[in-house]
Design a protein around this ligand. Structure first.
Ligand code: NAP
Length: 262
């Protein structure tokens, strides 16, 4: 296919972890790419590597999604040409610790990155996609969305927002030619735990997934037009249990697990 005709995806948080795995998998599927994150050196290295190995065009867009300027720069790229056919809202951060012990500024940063930036970028992407009646958005939530998680109260609430928001849009967008899906990973090897100070070393290895498997599951679900995907059998079982368990019991179980691991 001619380069100008190829579909183009914009991935936020593409410098490392699940976002870097999305970039790899999308390049493998023949998509041109726009890679977004703050670490310019890592993005340039990824762009060089992916364009060489997969013969795709890769743009680098260095942006801090905690700033108005950073969000505006990515929104402007979503509205310009060559058109973006797929937005992957993957950039995100965790937090750990008792709510009252963490400075409010940290809680607000988490809301800004995990929620506000995702909403703004989804809006910026959807307008041109709806005009063309073609496009897709993949929002990265978490299994933490399925129940409240003590000591990660704000993080789990941001991911519940992403899930609820995405499922509402899924229904709203029916018949428009534009689709949206939510990806809810469980524990995944990346820099996430290190950056959030949440390394759960006492959890068994079978509970961990590779970022590549998580990214593949998300893209497969999007292509199949599914509203929601939970990668990994163990995560699916946990998600199902959360759905069928009374809210008070799910909340208490989550509290007991967190107290045991603390
Ligand atoms: N790993 C898990 O166990 C897990 C489980 C469930 C859900 N998730 C979700 O998966 C997504 C990806 O996480 P990950 O595990 O791949 O984490 P990660 O390895 O820490 O990667 C996070 C990515 O987000 C980018 N990022 C962070 N702050 C940013 C900012 N202010 N502006 C722009 N980009 C920023 C980082 O790039 P720079 O530092 O270069 O900016 C990096 O590329 C997140 O939404 C996370 O909540 C992860």
């Amino acid at each position: 296919m001619a380069a100008s005709m190829r579909e183009r995806a914009l991935v936020t948080g593409a410098s490392v972890g699940i976002g870097r795995a999305f970039a790899e998998e999308l390049a493998l599927r023949g998509r041109d790419l726009v890679l977004v994150a703050r670490d310019a050196a890592r993005l340039e290295q990824a762009a060089h590597d992916l364009s060489r190995r997969h013969s795709v065009a890769v743009e680098v867009l260095v942006a801090d999604l905690l700033t108005d300027d950073g969000i505006a720069a990515v929104a402007a790229r979503l509205a310009s040409l060559p058109a973006i056919d797929l937005l992957v809202n993957n950039a995100g951060r965790g937090s750990h610790g008792e709510f009252a012990a963490v400075p409010p500024s940290e809680h607000l940063e988490l809301l800004r990155l995990n929620v506000a930036a995702l909403v703004e970028l989804t809006h910026a992407a959807l307008r041109p996609m709806l005009e063309r009646r073609h496009g897709a958005v993949l929002n990265v939530s978490s299994v933490a969305a399925f129940q409240p998680v003590p000591r990660e109260a704000v993080y789990s609430a941001t991911k519940a927002f992403v899930l609820q928001f995405t499922e509402a849009l899924y229904e709203e967008l029916r018949g428009t030619g534009v689709t949206v899906s939510a990806l809810c990973p469980g524990l995944t090897h990346s820099e996430f735990q290190l950056r959030s100070g949440t390394e759960p070393t006492r959890l068994p290895s079978f509970m961990w997934q590779e970022a590549s498997a998580v990214a593949r599951a998300g893209l497969d679900a999007l292509e199949a037009g599914r509203a929601l995907v939970v990668p990994g059998l163990h995560n699916k079982v946990l998600g199902h249990l959360s759905n069928v368990t009374p809210r008070s019991l799910a909340r208490a179980a989550s509290g007991a697990v967190v107290r045991r691991l603390a």
